[in-house]
Design a protein around this ligand. Sequence first.
Ligand SMILES: Cc1ncc(COP(=O)(O)O)c(C=O)c1O
Length: 491
Amino acid sequence: MDLHVTLAGSGDLTAQIYAQLREAVLDGRLAGGDRVPATRELATSLRVSRGTVTAAYDRLLAEQLLESRRGSGTFVAAGCVPPARSGTARGRRTRPGAVTPTAAWRSPSAAPRVPGDAAYDFSVGVPDASLFPLATWRRIVSGTLRRGRLAPDTYDERGVSRLEGEIARYAGVSRSVVASADDVVTTAGAQQALDLVARVLVEPGDVVAVEDPGYTAAARLFSTHRATVRGVPVDGEGIVVDALPDAARLVYVTPSHQHPTGVAMSRARRIALLEWAVRHDAVLVEDDYDSEFRFADRPLEPLQSLDRDGRVVYVGSFSKSLLPGLRVGYAIAPSSLTPALREAKRVTVWDGDAVTQRALADFLAEGHHAAHVKRATKVYRARRDELLRGLAALEHRLEIVPSAAGLHVCTFLRDGDLDDLAVADRALAAGVFVDPLSPRHLERPTRHGLAFGVGGIREEAIGPGLAVLRDVMREVRGEVSAPRPRRRAGG
Ligand SMILES: Cc1ncc(COP(=O)(O)O)c(C=O)c1O
């Protein structure tokens, strides 16, 4: 292990080396079993005599903080530090600070709810990682590495990449988005696309309108750019255009599958929103995060393809169609914005990961993404049908919000006195993870509800999970006693 030791002046060098190693062991930066540098090696790097280092090691050996193993070197002694001191987070030393972040960063968002070891996981926003075509991906990535293709893969001097060309083609064919390679800017997921958009369009104090309930990660992002974020209600046709604040400079929407209610924005509402944007000189950011998975015959056209005026920035992501961990998304922007977006990306991160981007370009060009979406849609459709069947049996408690795409279904609680957080907490205690609607509101929630994702749960577990939820809801209403908790097998 490379160990950082600093020697100051020409005082007792052995004592300095001894003290620094001892501290590294005691505060957990070096753990039992870690190898320490050979005396000769450390002496050379510190430009001291070998005897100076040996004397320090001898003291640590005598204190049983180090042990030497014949023929293999010197190691931190196992079990030399009580677990309470070494802790689980190795090397973590917290120091109080005299500095604080700016106002936008002072109160962090609430920690997300997590399923833990719940037996029935209806998490929203996650695809099923086991459906990812890993063998194909591994083959393509290995080929990229084998051929040493490690540098970004760009067409031209502006830095437009082959992946951006493939995305333009893909979004054009599958979503009728009007784009050429120049209009696409690849990003680390939709979230970075929103960040770049905010950087180039939002001045501190500008009003940004978001759907309410909505995608809180987007609202939070805009607020960190010191925008004034205003929630706008959503009804069965999408965002209520008449309720948009006149001052909004940017409107963030999820028209294909409103997050979280799932409603598709009607065509009339899309037209009204575009007209509103023209009248108010505003930009529309269309987040099309999971519309690849469609369960109705005719998808509605994206706002972007209805836009005759160059006001829509279309944001897409491979987080749902492939894996969130790939961190690839994109913005497709009017040509008046793309140079600024590319510059904002360069200034903040230079570029994304070259190997992933090259591999994804091949993956798209060879048709694997389309084939995967087709296969995964079949699996998700079966799960969704099972979910809708199960929810129909809970119809007296939960009103299903109609939707035609995406990986989750939302419901409203029919009993206006029930608190969705309380239901979700009780459900989790019984082994069922569901997503309550009220934390997704910016203002006071108008209706409480529960959202059910189909990415994290197998088809055969859906019915039993909903049966437990039914018991939980009866219990929350005081009709019966608490159901027994269910845990994931082996968890
Ligand atoms: C509304 C919405 N947009 C975008 C995303 C994807 O974000 P990213 O591409 O940054 O992973 C999600 C993921 O949960 C989402 O719910």
